[in-house]
Ligand binder design. Structure first.
Ligand SMILES: *Cc1c(COP(=O)(O)O)cnc(C)c1O
Length: 834
């Protein structure tokens, strides 16, 4: 092992060697020393890997810079059509190892650090995760921009630069405790502030109609409080192709003019204090996944993102074309990541009409031909609505525009379906009731030319249920784009051992064409290949154990021979971590009964609960309490271990997925829009136990039923059962389930904390349980038995593992993005000459 202590010889005098920096080991050593000594002012007495990581990152960033500029120049001189991906979340994780991979310099850099006595792995893990997202939706945005750069598509990601990202989770007495994630405290080497592209964002005030010099009437939005949006750009390198795209994140900064006014009125201190209100906008990420965030600050964030990004695109346009928007549609396309940024539809109308003098019809033609909307959920509690009163106060001009959009839309519906008042009120953008609300999903559909779901089943349910009236009106708008994950981060970088074996076997084209993995299929029959595959999985399992030990100091009894059974994702009732716990308790009962011949199993569960989500937090407590009892029961020994992995995040998943045997994807059918954790695990050779939900259906289609453990009711069966669902009766008729419920209800897992799990127990026993956990218990337990039987036959299991990886080609975001581009964006790839 390198000692993390190195010798500094005299550095060369200049910091950079523009234009092109070397890619040899010695070039990295030179640059590293320059930054370490001259920029960071550290020497060999500094023991923290943090500064060494910082110095290396600077050296890598230099190598992105020329390519970044060249990419920018290519797009500009080709005046190409561009895509803009608007998302409130980008769950990027760490940057360094991905940048090394995509630049193709992992080898020389690892060697360079080694020569300096530094283990590169230590530098890589000293980087903070950029946790600017909750879960799947935010991670999807991150994988998308990686694929756009790899496919050389001119796409910019637009988002918010939250000062505090997703909270850090610690577990105290079995309960989740949240700690703020001040990820920018030590600065961020990967970002560049671009004050010169700032924009002013309006809030509050009122509207007036004024007549301009040419006698034209214009709507003016006056007496507003303005906030400055300042962009910070992060380079997004494609895979070894010279392209470096941009992720542009907005920070809210108080404007100076507004301070000065107040100062003249004598309220100096108040004026300076008001700075806080302005800068609050990008202070913190809302930590709710698949949940409504009805707060004023959240609406401010959404509008801030939409307005800053659109002003940015329009400023770029007018810089090239003046106020002539004739070819704007031909040259631009916006993709809205869920309804969160959908206020952009009204904002684009405002900017085009009020700021650039277009008529309603001109502006509307542009808006509805440039906006595309991706829906991410069918859960009613996640469908965003904003009280009209709040929107009126915060965004009065936008509210007028939304009402006008709706009035014209209602006229169109009335033409199509005369005298159908019910349908009008169902479809209206404005929901009537005690309090009028704006339905953001309806605004998103009315204002865009494309509406897509994120897996086949989800898209089908959108058309048949949630948006069926809209589908009847505009069937051509609706389409499916099954999610994916980037194979660079989720296989090549996170599992280098497996990646090398694959490359050695079928060449390296799989990294940018994942369908190539299919060529691994014949090797499932090759005993020597299987043995190597198995050895790599075992080593990854050992690393996962070590990671757990180092991180949490626990002495664990399980070995790499146990079945690693993994469920990592946000804690949510629809994802049914409770069903997993019921099964674990069932296994515990079997062991206590002396049921011989169980496969040793280690069940790993990880995920964050939204801080205000009571049931999710209780679920974490239950998992930890059950773990405590099982793990300390001498009768259980190494037959069963249950672990809660704290602080699940992108960098944790990079360690987890190489070491997983079994992937738990057990949501109630019809509730998980797609899932992407399922894809990462499959790609790394885990076998799925899953319901017919989201992308599980397509995973099973690809890998074949014999390599997938299917259980549970279908979406149709779930909906048919709902009316007469009787969980008590089902408990009554299933002895195993009876024993599990009895143990839970007897307080066996909460002896000194009476009643704390009553809510959880009552929820699954209720005939109105929306997630119908009990309905799938028997089928789940039976499927888990099949898992054990399969796992006993090592050779057979390894075959299944190989076949899962070999058939995961569809789930690359390269495929997903190619489809977005083919059907929606229609961008031409722009190769960059370096
Ligand atoms: C992939 C990923 C998710 C999404 O997981 P699902 O199982 O699809 O819900 C959430 N969080 C992180 C950190 C991820 O990497």
């Amino acid at each position: 092992m390198p000692s993390n202590k190195f010798v500094i010889s005299k550095p060369k005098p200049s910091i950079t060697k523009l234009p092109e920096q070397g890619r040899k080991k010695t070039d990295f050593i030179d640059d590293f020393k320059q930054y370490y000594v001259h920029l960071l002012g550290r020497d060999e007495n500094c023991r923290s890997p943090y500064y060494a990581g910082e110095a290396l990152s600077q050296a890598i960033r230099d190598r992105l810079m020329e390519r970044w500029k060249a990419t920018h120049q290519t797009y500009k001189s080709n005046d190409c059509r561009r895509g803009y991906y608007l998302s409130m979340e980008f769950l990027m994780g760490r940057t360094l190892s991905n940048a090394l991979l995509n630049l193709g310099v992992t080898e020389p850099v690892t060697q360079a650090m080694y020569d300096l006595g530094i283990a590169i792995e230590e530098l890589i893990s000293s980087e903070q995760d950029a946790g600017l997202g909750n879960g799947g939706l935010g991670r999807l945005a991150a994988c998308f921009i990686d694929s756009c750069a790899t496919l050389q598509l001119p796409v910019i990601g637009y988002g918010l630069r939250y000062e505090y990202g997703m909270f850090t989770q610690t577990i105290v007495n079995g309960e989740q405790v949240e700690k703020p994630d001040h990820w920018l405290r030590h600065g961020n080497v990967w970002e560049i502030e671009r004050l010169e592209y700032s924009h002013s964002i309006k809030f509050g005030g009122h509207t007036e109609i004024q007549t301009d010099e040419s006698g034209k009437q214009r709507h003016c939005w006056m007496s507003t409080s303005n906030v400055l949006a300042v962009p910070f750009d992060t380079p997004i390198p494609g895979y070894q192709n010279g392209t470096v795209n941009s992720l542009r994140l907005w920070k809210a900064v108080a404007t100076e003019e507004f301070n000065l006014d107040e100062f003249n009125a004598g309220d100096y201190a108040e004026a300076v204090a008001a700075k806080n209100t302005a800068e609050n906008i990008t202070m913190v990420l809302y930590p709710n996944d698949a949940n409504e965030n009805g707060k004023e600050l959240r609406l401010r964030q959404q509008y801030f993102l939409a307005s800053a990004s659109l002003q940015d695109v329009i400023a770029h346009w007018t810089g090239m074309h003046g106020d002539n928007f004739e070819r704007f549609v031909e040259k631009s396309c916006f993709q809205l990541n869920d309804t969160h940024p959908s206020i952009a539809i009204a904002e684009l109308m405002r900017l085009l009409m009020d700021m650039h003098g277009l008529s309603w019809d001109q502006a509307w033609a542009i808006t509805k031909n440039t906006m595309a909307y991706t829906n991410h959920t069918l859960l009613p509690e996640a469908l965003e609505k904003w009280p009209v009163s709040l929107m009126q106060r915060l965004l009065p001009r936008l509210t007028e525009i939304i009402f006008e959009i709706n009035a014209r839309f209602m006229a169109e519906v009335a033409m199509h379906w005369p005298a159908d008042g019910e349908r009008l009120s169902r479809m209206s953008v404005i929901e009537e009731g005690a309090e009028q609300q704006v339905r953001m999903a309806h605004l998103a559909i009315v204002g865009s030319f494309s509406v897509n779901g994120v897996a086949q089943l989800h898209s089908q349910l959108l058309q048949q249920d949630l948006f069926k009236d809209f589908y009847a009106l505009w069937p051509h708008k609706f389409n499916n784009k099954t999610n994916g994950v980037t194979p660079r981060r989720w296989l090549a970088a996170c599992n280098p051992e497996l990646a090398s074996l694959i490359t050695e076997t079928i060449g390296d084209r799989w990294i940018t064409d994942l369908s190539q993995l299919k060529r691994l299929e014949p090797y499932a029959e090759n005993a020597q290949f299987r043995q190597r595959w198995h050895a790599i999985k075992q080593a990854a399992k050992q690393r996962l154990i070590d990671y757990k030990k180092i991180k949490h100091g626990t002495e664990l009894r399980f070995s790499v021979d146990a079945l690693f059974d993994v469920q990592v994702k946000r804690i949510h009732e629809y994802k049914r971590q409770l069903l997993n716990v019921l099964h674990v308790i069932h296994l515990y009962n079997c062991i206590k009964k002396g049921d011989a011949d169980r496969v040793p199993r280690c069940v790993l569960i990880g995920g964050k609960a939204a801080p205000g989500y009571r049931m999710a937090k209780k679920t974490i407590k239950l998992i930890n309490n059950v773990a405590q009892v099982i793990n300390s029961d001498p009768e259980v020994g190494d037959k069963l271990t249950l672990l809660f992995l704290p602080d699940y995040r992108v960098s944790a998943m990079e360690k987890i997925c190489p070491g997983a045997d079994l992937s738990e994807q057990i949501s109630t059918a019809g509730k998980e829009a797609s899932g992407t954790g399922n894809m990462k695990l499959m790609m790394n050779g885990a076998i799925t136990i899953g319901t017919l939900d989201g992308a599980n259906i397509e995973i099973r289609e690809e890998v074949g039923d014999e390599n997938f453990f299917l259980f549970g009711l279908t979406e149709e069966q779930i909906e048919a059962r709902r009316a007469h669902y009787d969980p008590l009766e089902m408990i009554d008729q299933d002895e195993d389930l009876q024993r599990v419920m009895h143990l839970l209800e007897s307080g066996y897992f909460n002896q000194f904390e009476p009643g704390i799990f009553d809510d959880l127990i009552n929820s699954i026993k209720s005939p109105h349980d929306p997630w119908m956990t009990i309905a799938d218990f028997r089928s789940f337990v039976d499927a888990q038995k099949r898992v054990e039987d399969a796992y006993r036959d090592k050779d057979h299991w390894t075959k299944m593992s190989i076949l899962n990886c070999a058939n995961s080609g569809k789930f690359s975001t390269d495929r997903t993005i190619s489809e977005y581009n083919r059907d929606i964006w229609k961008l031409k790839p722009q190769p960059v000459k370096n």
